[in-house]
Design a binder for this molecule. Structure first.
Ligand SMILES: Cc1ncc(COP(=O)(O)O)c(C=O)c1O
Length: 376
């Protein structure tokens, strides 16, 4: 019998796969979490093993709100937070509550390919809208709104996956204005909001909400550990009501109450703050390493350094097929994500996404050297 699989992905020995958009196993904070768990268990509070309150443990929401205030430089009301099992689950629940098969969702072109999968699962009609270095191009969007009448817009406003760009404050305001005019929800996936290295992003979309139609989705997956399956929605209480009162939570209680209690200690002991600072330095270093290696060894790649997040999004001349390049790259035991995966219209065939979070500096450089043998 082979070795039982534990994690979602497994990379063959010796491979360097820039396509993996996950934290590196070696730097996941097991010892810090052990400390937090010991702290929580020391309280001898058996409530953490009971069905949780639907909105998410009240003590945890207070701690989370305090932590977010230090990160956002803005007030966070614990009553505006709903605890989720991560952004993927939040997206799924939003689709359950607010969409019907055949409804339209507008997404950025490019967009996070696994969100596209969730929307496809719900039978939604997915329409892409273009972005530039400041995020969604508002004029192009408005034209699509009038034509397609979407129920929601899914955006990754900060350190976008895959493009790395951030939606400017001015465009955030305009987007909210449009949500009122055309009556749609804004679903802002802010998984990289706190992973800022060289630029300070605008505040989360929830702070621009003057229309009562904005969901800001946060997650511990990229600032702590994805295996926890823990995140939050920040929005107005009236918008949270259907989430809290749905049958699923009525039966099963709030999401991940036990894990929430341990992360509560993780925050209260200041371990979250320390670990996030560690990650920012580590990832900034890796981003610089990857960027310099790409410029040195593959000068034909065009890209802009991101101000934060996980990814470098790059392109080759029009007509290049990065899916073909990928199969050639595999011969050298190196991988990346081809652009077409992020497109809702099967374009972007000359783009490549690199993740700099999963590998240390030595592997990043080695991976680029291998790729340079096929991209000249
Ligand atoms: C843009 C984006 N959204 C969501 C996720 C997944 O988030 P979670 O683990 O909270 O479900 C990822 C992970 O790569 C992501 O890049």
């Amino acid at each position: 019998m082979g070795k039982a699989k534990i994690t979602q992905i497994s990379v063959p020995e010796g491979w360097i796969d820039f396509g993996i958009g996950q934290p590196q196993i070696d730097i996941l904070p097991l010892e810090y979490l052990a400390k937090a768990a010991t702290h929580q268990f020391g309280k001898k509070d058996r409530n953490i093993l009971q069905y949780g309150i639907q909105q998410g443990n009240g003590d945890f929401r207070i701690s989370l709100a305090k932590f977010l205030e230090t990160q956002y430089n803005a007030a966070v009301d614990p009553e505006h937070l709903f605890i989720t099992a991560g952004i993927s689950q939040a997206l799924d629940q939003i689709c359950t509550l607010h969409t019907r098969p055949g409804d339209t969702v507008i997404v950025e072109e490019p967009s996070y390919f696994l969100a596209l999968r969730i929307f496809a699962d719900y039978g939604l009609n997915i329409i892409g809208t273009p972005i530039d270095e400041n995020g969604i191009i508002i004029e192009a969007l408005e034209e699509k709104l009038a034509r397609h009448k979407p129920v929601l817009i899914y955006t990754i406003p900060t350190f976008h996956n895959p493009s790395g760009v951030t939606l400017s404050a001015n465009r955030r305001e305009k987007l909210v204005g449009l949500s009122r005019k055309y009556d749609f929800f804004i679903v802002a996936d802010e998984v990289y909001q706190m992973l800022a290295y060289t630029s300070t992003p605008p505040q989360p979309m929830a702070y621009y909400d003057t229309s009562g139609r904005v969901f800001s989705l946060g997650s511990f997956s990229k600032i702590l550990a994805p295996g926890l399956r823990l995140g939050w929605i920040q929005t107005k209480p009236s918008l949270l009501e259907p989430f809290i009162s749905c049958g699923y939570l009525d039966s099963g209680g709030g999401l991940n109450p036990f894990v929430s209690s341990i992360v509560n200690s993780f925050i209260d002991l200041d371990l979250q703050k320390d670990y996030l600072n560690f990650l920012r330095k580590k990832y900034q270093d890796r981003m610089v390493t990857l960027s310099e290696a790409l410029r040195q060894y593959i000068p034909s790649l065009a890209f802009t350094d991101p101000g934060g997040g996980y990814f470098i999004w790059s392109c080759l001349p029009e007509g290049t097929d990065t899916e073909i390049l990928l199969s050639q790259a595999h011969e050298y035991q190196v991988g990346f994500q081809p652009g077409i995966k992020f497109s809702s219209s099967k374009s972007l065939g000359n783009y490549l996404r690199f993740c700099f979070a999963f590998y240390g500096k030595k592997d990043l450089i080695e991976g680029v050297k291998r790729l340079s043998r096929i991209i000249r």
